[in-house]
Design a binder for this molecule. Sequence first.
Ligand code: G6P
Ligand code: ZN
Length: 544
Amino acid sequence: MTQFQTVPTQPIEGQKPGTSGLRKKTRVFMQPHYLENFTQAIFDAIEGVAGKVLILGGDGRYFNDRAIQVILRMAAANGAARVIVGQGGLLSTPAASNLIRQRKADGGIILSASHNPGGIDEDFGMKFNGPNGGPATESLTDRIFARAGELTEYRILEAHDIDLSRPGTSTLGEMLVEIVDPVEDYAALMQKLFDFDAIRALFAGGFRLHFDAMHAVTGPYARRILQEILGAPAGSVVNDQPLPDFGGGHPDPNPIWAADLMARMFAPDAPDFGAASDGDGDRNMIVGRGIYVTPSDSLAVLAANATHAPAYAGGLAGVARSMPTSRAADLVAEKLGIGIYETPTGWKFFGNLLDAGRVTLCGEESAGTGSDHVREKDGLWAVLLWLNILAARGQSVDQIMRAHWAEYGRNYYSRHDYEAVPSDRANALIDRLRGLLSDLPGQEFAGLSVAEADDFAYLDPVDGSQSARQGIRILFAEGSRVVMRLSGTGTEGATLRVYLERYQPASARHDLPVEEALAPVIAAAEQIAQIEGHTGRSRPDVTT
Ligand code: G6P
Ligand code: ZN
């Protein structure tokens, strides 16, 4: 016997979605009514879910399984027709995006705090993606926040837990619950995009891969696609068991948090190609033998070589990058004679450009790359495109990078993060910079002369929407750049991100250590922003 309940509630402070959904400490999400309120706010903000089809899954972190049961009961009580759930409650973010599109669903809820650690004392998160498969637009997240602030009740069904462990269809009240293999449709999509025969031949020829799934959601995806379908030897995919606490690790694929992968790839017997993905499978990290590829460079190389893959053989419509991402991709787009778009940080800003067919590839410095095949960034997609290119060119990652820099020049690049800075101090630093902007041009810092300075504002060319105050940009006369902004994904205090870039033309040196190449830009950033004075830190907490 199932019973619908209307539960009285009141608004809970702070349910404001950030760059990528609502992220909070797990215990915050576990408070009475917290998850329920936010879920009801999403349902109400999309004008209810009566008769609708939703996709539901997450990255398997702590509380994922409990949250799924609650959301299912609430969807049923709110009249949803069908919810399609990944087996075991798992769906990577790109696979969820694909399912929304394949099944023509009305949207999806993805449970993840992406690359943030998981566990009862770590982070949890929840985001809504629309019918195009992409993250909710700002206007929708604003509506969700507004709704959360006025909620007086939510609807839920009293029922037993649904068994998520086996594929199949069951009912919850009147609603159908369909449990699907989380990998199948995604693997089929990848097979359509890439030359799997060429990649298979690469592995058959002894090419060695090391993919670190970081005990996060891509484990089952990577095992199936890379090992079972493409023939990479068993053991090529490591840490492939998704765990609620990611094995105690920090599932963020960068040289700091994927230190094991870095060590492996810089060892004398390193494999040919190394890669990693994050908690929910949308980020990627690419490492060749003895060479780390920055996400900004990766986007540029993928753009320059995409036609090697069947899905992109006809050429690219255009390329988009987030503003802090280096301008390496711009040089490729210019040469190809295609459009290049600069958007604010956050994958959601690519959605309109992709939907309108203006761009085919997108990328961000925060280890995200993707294309028009879904509406999220896609970690394994990037790995497969790299493998396709390596197979087609028959060269190593190192050879490909050197050839790329020799053709386009090199954008030396690094990001310095100052984490958990008291919010008032971080805001003071940014506010002070805003006040300085108009005086900066013409001034010299650490030998670099400022050419332009602004607070990035974006006008969406497709729907005309505007997003102001998206980050301080300081351009120097000789092509270097500093960008500073506060992270929109943290859960404690503020994180100041300082993005440093220095361009060296095709004829210049491309083998300098990155810190050395960037030294003047780092010094200029400190002089202009007085980072130490504001944060009390003489060095960043994390450098990537
Ligand atoms: C998430 C979004 C990305 C974005 C990143 C930036 O991962 O999906 O699109 O680039 O956050 O995070 P930040 O902490 O710099 O705001
Ligand atoms: Zn992620």
